[in-house]
Design a protein around this ligand. Structure first.
Ligand SMILES: *Cc1c(COP(=O)(O)O)cnc(C)c1O
Length: 386
């Protein structure tokens, strides 16, 4: 028997990293020690107190049942308290917050709630691949918004054609941005609200890196912009904030109707987040925020070390103090980002992510993840210089 994938699955772009994964095994088999800047998964541990809450709560019978669809009110209250303290944004925990099985889950499902076949979704490029996949699964038409360095990797709304705008129902944004590490200021968020209201577009802001910054300036929430809650929601994740990628917990916050739509899709597809994990997440938001500062200090040291070393080697880096990524131009003018990634891996055993893996407008760039320790970064710099 031969089974054919659905058209919607076949429409997804090919997995660009397959070739690099294959090559990695070959290089490893040659006995070369691999240093990977490829992974967007923190190497730092989940705070012990959060793990302890999970251990304790998982033993309690009430937590072993199906959770409530919209999430434990206790978790949603911790989210709304955190938004109030951190951003001075008020959220009703009953109607304006929804627990997610990681923010990726919510991002991927959102188009199913609001997109009909033929509707357009505005998607940043380069960007997190889930915006595109979720759109295609819902039968929507992705329209790319190029993020260019001369615009500090912010989209230019005025360049979107009128006929596209009239069909656009939803826009994804992500600041601090993966992969470029760019940030957005309040001016941009206010312009976004104006643009979305004028054109009747839902804004879905992916705020996964809200707490990851290595400079003085804290990242701002899209929901801080006046009127943002009229047209948008924000996705957040405990994955990067508390090094909890394996736990699978995140949330959506913002406009009540958009939350309702996303919740309705989820009610039909999943049965919520394990309550013990929600209680562990709530504990983190209530008690463990100082870990964020400690982590950021570690990322800052790594960033300074890597950026300083790469610049000495002639790399042209996009300067930013947010996320745990370093976004650099490909240092060889005659190579694509993928060709460069392959040659670097072959020659030095170092893995980086080619920018083209995040979309056509990522071409010409490479991404380094600061999720390895300083001695490994030093070793990598020595190899790259040799
Ligand atoms: C890591 C990441 C997420 C978070 O995913 P989870 O599903 O919450 O673990 C979301 N968006 C971007 C851009 C990311 O890099």
């Amino acid at each position: 028997m031969k089974f054919k994938f659905s058209d919607r699955l076949n429409k997804l772009p090919v997995y660009l990293f397959a070739e690099i994964d294959r090559l990695k095994s070959q290089v490893k088999a040659r006995g070369i020690d691999i240093i990977s800047f490829g992974i967007g998964d923190p190497d730092l541990p989940t705070p012990k107190a959060i793990v302890d809450v999970l251990k304790k709560e998982s033993g309690i019978e009430a937590n072993q049942k199906y959770p409530s669809y919209e999430g434990l009110l206790k978790f949603r209250k911790s989210v709304s308290d955190w938004y109030k303290n951190r951003f001075a944004v008020s959220l009703d925990p009953e109607t304006e917050v929804l627990s997610l099985i990681g923010s990726k889950e919510g991002i991927g499902h959102l188009p199913l709630a609001f997109i009909n076949p033929g509707d357009v979704v505005l998607i940043p490029d380069p960007g997190y691949p889930v915006y595109n996949a979720g759109t295609i699964f819902a039968g929507g038409i992705p329209h790319i918004m190029p993020l260019k360095e001369e615009n500090d990797f912010l989209p230019d709304f005025s360049s979107i054609p009128k006929d596209i705008l009239s069909k656009a129902k939803l826009m994804f944004l992500n600041y601090p941005n993966n992969p470029t590490s760019a940030t957005a200021d309040m001016h941009f968020f206010k312009e976004t609200v104006k643009f979305a209201k004028k054109n009747d577009i839902i804004v879905a802001h992916d705020f996964a890196y809200s707490e990851v910054f290595t400079g003085e300036k804290e990242n701002r929430s899209f929901l801080e912009a006046a009127g943002a809650k009229d047209i948008g929601i924000e996705f957040h994740s405990l994955s990067k904030t508390f090094n909890m990628t394996g736990f699978r917990i995140g949330f959506a916050a913002g406009n009540e109707d958009i939350i309702k739509g996303l919740g309705a899709v989820k009610t039909n597809l999943d049965s919520g987040v394990f309550q013990a994990i929600q209680l562990a997440g709530a504990y983190g938001l209530d008690n463990e925020l100082r870990i964020v500062e400690e982590n950021n200090l570690i990322y800052k040291k790594r960033r300074d070390l890597l950026v300083g070393g790469l610049e000495k080697l002639g790399y042209k880096i996009y300067k930013s103090d947010a996320t745990f990524y370093v976004w650099s131009h490909v240092p060889k003018i005659n190579m694509t980002s993928k060709e460069f990634a392959i040659s670097l891996l072959n020659e030095t055993g170092i893995i980086i992510t080619p920018g083209s893996g995040f979309g056509a407008h990522g071409e010409g760039f490479i991404r380094f993840s600061l999720t390895i320790n300083e001695s490994r970064i030093k070793e990598a710099l020595v190899r790259m210089g040799g």
